[in-house]
Design a protein around this ligand. Structure first.
Ligand code: FE2
Length: 259
């Protein structure tokens, strides 16, 4: 399957689960069922038969080599993640989930996702000073772009009928924090395949907002995030400087001086 990127020819070979950039295979790492033991709704799901099943593949710096200077100039990385459609003990297949470190003024690095194929729900969760959590479930389809806002832990959940293929742009210099999520027994919500959404009992007070992915006014929707980044890396300053990101009129925008 050709992925919707023009500046590099990204081709995903579904049978072998291989990703090629201009014909060259991109190495990947995998997340297996056994690595999810702390974060599942059904903690008894893992057994000797399924522990090595692969839930998702992470193709880091996919196609970045071709435009290496424009990516390295701003410490930005482009990744592709392919999430299986698997029954994770009654849950939709999801990523392990993580937080990013603080970069400036108490704000953590944000991240930008784009759904290339399939259907996603992004679970976003932020801990408030009083210990309560603000939660968001953002539903996104192919072509949608979603901000993981500063200080929000985030999880990708494959709620579609086939594979979920998503891309992200993110600062390349930090390590993500997976431990905070594991210590809480997973994310704040479990999305079950039977349609139920269950609140994780380790999260005491939660406020939940559901939404569909909104149009981000500062992005060009005729282009993929890879293509827009190559043409206009200055549109993505907010990935390194979260203070450029603003919540305005019910959607994310960026300060005009970012341009
Ligand atoms: Fe992230």
């Amino acid at each position: 399957m050709k992925l919707n990127v023009k500046a590099v020819d990204l081709e995903f070979e579904e049978n072998e689960r291989k990703l090629f950039a201009d014909g060259k295979e991109i190495p990947f790492s995998v997340r297996k069922v056994s690595e999810m033991k702390d974060v599942l709704f059904n903690k008894d799901f893992i057994n000797t038969k399924n522990k090595n099943d692969i839930l998702y593949r992470m193709y880091r710096a996919a196609g970045v080599e071709k435009n290496a200077t424009v990516f390295s100039a701003h410490n930005i990385r482009y990744d592709v993640t392919v999430i299986e459609n698997y029954d994770l003990g009654g849950e939709f297949t999801k990523t392990l989930g993580h937080y990013h470190p603080i970069v400036d003024n108490g704000l953590a690095y944000p991240e930008l996702y784009e759904v290339l194929s399939g259907e996603a729900v992004y679970l976003l969760q932020k801990k408030n000073d009083n210990g309560s959590f603000d939660l968001e479930l953002v539903h996104a389809k192919a072509g949608d772009k979603v901000i993981m806002p500063p200080n929000y832990g985030h999880f990708s959940i494959n709620v579609g009928k086939g594979l979920l293929i998503e891309a992200n742009l993110v600062n390349s210099t930090f390590n993500s924090d997976y431990k905070s999520v594991q210590a809480m027994g997973g994310g704040a919500l479990f999305m079950l395949k039977n349609g139920n959404i269950v609140v994780n009992k380790n999260y005491k007070e939660t406020t939940l907002k559901h939404s569909d992915a909104e149009k981000l006014p500062f992005l060009d929707y005729s282009k993929s995030i890879y293509d827009e980044y190559i043409a206009h890396p200055e549109h993505f300053i907010f990935l390194n400087k979260p203070e450029f990101l603003l919540w305005k009129h019910d959607s994310w925008d960026i300060k005009s001086q970012a341009f």
